[in-house]
Design a protein. Sequence first.
Lengths: 171, 320
Amino acid sequence: MFSLLRSMWLVFLHMFHKRETYQYPEEKAPLPARWRGRIALTRDPDGGERCVGCYLCAAACPVDCISLQATEAPDGRRYPSFFRINFSRCIFCGFCEEACPTYAIQLLPDFEIAEYDRQNLVYEKEDLLINSQGKYPGYNYYRVAGMAIGGKDKGDAAKEEPPVDVKSLLP
Amino acid sequence: MEAHFWWVIGGVLFVLLNTAAGLIWLERRMLALWQDRYGPNRAGPLGLFIVLADTIKLFFKEDWIPPFSDKVVFVFAPAVVVASVLMSFAVIPFGPNILVADWNIGLLFFLAMSSLGVYSIVLGGWASNNKYALLGAMRGASQMISYEVFMGLALMGVVLLSGSFNLREIVEAQRGMWYIIPQFLGFVIFLIAGVAETHRLPFDIPEAESELVAGFHAEYSGMKFGMFFIGEYLGVTLVSSMIVTLYFGGWLGPAFLPGVIWFVIKTFVFISLFILLRASMPRPRYDQLMEYGWKVLFPLSLLNLLVTAAVKLILTDNLK
């Protein structure tokens, strides 16, 4: 009996507590930097696309919401000719981000992508590409991996180091 | 006199139905307050228009009568609860001159009408032809009938002290001292029985949505559900105003405010208490509820009646 009265009193005291609610549309909740929201394709520091069209994101996607077609530039650089993400299917698991070898595909702290028309949730490449390096500023895949061009193999140029032999145990 | 009478009936009905609808808003806001939330605060000032939105929603919902139900009884049941509760309000003195029926059996009439409310639950649950509804109806019937017993017994203390069943005279008799002081035990018992009578949480055994889906009104939709809904809030208002009338001096109060205002203030305090009970109490098991009623509250109310009667006898003997 006493415990009931005590719990009533304690609940009553909550009248004077601060409310937890965020008044959402006016007051935004702070999102963590690693929040998995809208997916974007980022650019390298030179402003070029990071995506090399390796299909790893599409393969990793558990709901098959990513579709792309890789193609090759005249200099041998691979890039996606189209890149399409169906956000009505996406579950924002972030597997594509983990699978991406070039840090191209990234999930941003933005969840406000609701649409009245379902078709508008299908984002094309121009919708996905953002003018930013995302979470990895200064990272350029080809500076790390090297790139073979006509007459020059990976790491052969003057200011390049030879590529790391991933099969070797030596440092 | 005649004109005054109709004004009172109209005013009481208008205020009561609006109060019952407004309680939807009040309850959600209060619950939110006690749970560190805001509750409905978008539609209109402080979210008050949620009442309007809810009402419109209820009116426009599909009013579905299940094909497997007993149709006549199914339609009839929700009306009973609202009608019986509204009838009870006839005997409550809201202010010095605001009283629909000045009957010398006022309190008995209230008890009779609140017993009639059981029919709504039983008929509704039975006519729904649904096992959850039937279980809820059975629970509701036994709960309300057993809590009715000592609800009546607890009220007899007040009747003994005031020497009248007339609620107006009971209020007048509290001029010297509110009955909460001599009848504190009776007040506690009546409060608990009142919560059970309106089957509000924590005694919402007939509904018990975590066990019985929605209990006796599981099959109801649209405005028929709305009637049960309004009936429940009307019941809360009724029990609160009965508590105020019987134990807290009704419309009596310092003269700087009119009696009606005092009555309304006191009633809203108790309505808030009902909501606080809902916010803080767990639902007892069904057998616990019955045991608590018959083994604790019933003897206590008998004891209260006996002691009150004895004290009254001794005092009147001394007066002679």
